[in-house]
Design a protein around this ligand. Structure first.
Ligand code: ZN
Length: 279
């Protein structure tokens, strides 16, 4: 069964990662969707402050989602994503960074982790792979933005190492790979395939499949799954979505499909205050 469940009980379209939310009632974890009901304004639910976007509307969207998730208005915390591999540990004083403007966002960072309550870690997507993390042992959450550059730079392993430095152990860390472009739609050339093969020399055809000379179909989700297992995660602790952002224009923004003219979904994870780890 698809692990990312489309909520029907809200006015804001988003997916919840049901399994984690049911097991750990203080967790809020999921990913936003496009507005399937609004034909005239399908980019209504854009969450990223990028050039050409009305910042007022983006901030309003963020606040509406926070209110839906029952998180305080000041809890939205995000970074300026640069397709890098830097991981930052968010402390209580950094709560709310980047919510209102790019200037206050955590600079040049693609991975965020925190053990703090009432901090909603958020990062933005239109095809790249969201990696979500939770350590039940250390009660630490994380999110990382893995496009092909982050994937071959092993941002997944860096997230695991950062969580280990905060008391988690790799063999009990849970990871979830959220909606993103699938191997069905992501065609790459040697500029991407070669660095990928350097980091995953034994990549199976499930990860990288030749389609014609100099062209491959790449499944970044499976690549990240294999890299996370190499970093010490148990295969049964890694959840992988089946949703492809490019295949489903009614649900997802897709940079490739829409040739760069698109909004961004948000992947989010946080610990709600006042609820114990076990409900
Ligand atoms: Zn697809």
């Amino acid at each position: 069964m698809e692990p990312f469940y489309m909520r029907q009980d809200t006015s804001i379209p988003y997916f919840s990662l049901k399994e984690w939310e049911e097991k750990f009632p203080h967790l809020v974890v999921g990913m936003s969707a496009r507005d399937i009901h609004s034909k005239e304004d399908p980019d209504r639910w854009n969450y990223a402050l990028h050039v050409g976007e009305d910042p007022g509307r983006v901030v309003q969207n963020r606040e509406q989602l926070l209110s839906q998730l029952r998180f305080p208005v000041s809890s939205w915390t995000c970074a300026n994503q640069v397709h890098g591999t830097h991981v930052h540990v968010v402390d209580q004083s950094e709560r709310g960074r980047g919510k209102e403007s790019q200037e206050t966002a955590i600079p040049a960072t693609d991975g965020l982790i925190t053990g703090e309550e009432d901090v909603l870690l958020s990062s933005f997507y239109a095809d790249c792979v969201p990696l979500l993390f939770y350590s039940p042992e250390a009660d630490i959450v994380g999110v990382a933005h893995a496009g092909w550059r982050g994937t071959v730079g092993e941002i997944g392993r860096r997230m695991v190492e950062a969580m280990e430095s905060k008391g988690a152990s790799a063999k009990t860390i849970l990871a979830a790979i959220a909606p993103s472009i699938g191997g069905c739609c992501y065609e790459v050339d040697e500029k991407v395939a070669h660095p990928l093969l350097e980091v995953l020399p034994d990549a199976s055809s499930e990860v990288l499949r030749p389609v014609q000379p100099g062209k491959w179909k790449l499944d970044l989700r499976q690549a990240n799954r294999q890299l996370l297992m190499r970093a010490g995660l148990q295969p049964e602790n890694i959840i992988v979505t089946k949703w492809c952002t490019s295949c489903h224009p009614e649900l997802f923004h897709s940079h490739r499909r829409d040739q760069g003219k698109t909004g961004r979904m948000v992947a989010f994870i946080g610990k709600r205050k006042g609820r114990g780890r076990h409900g």
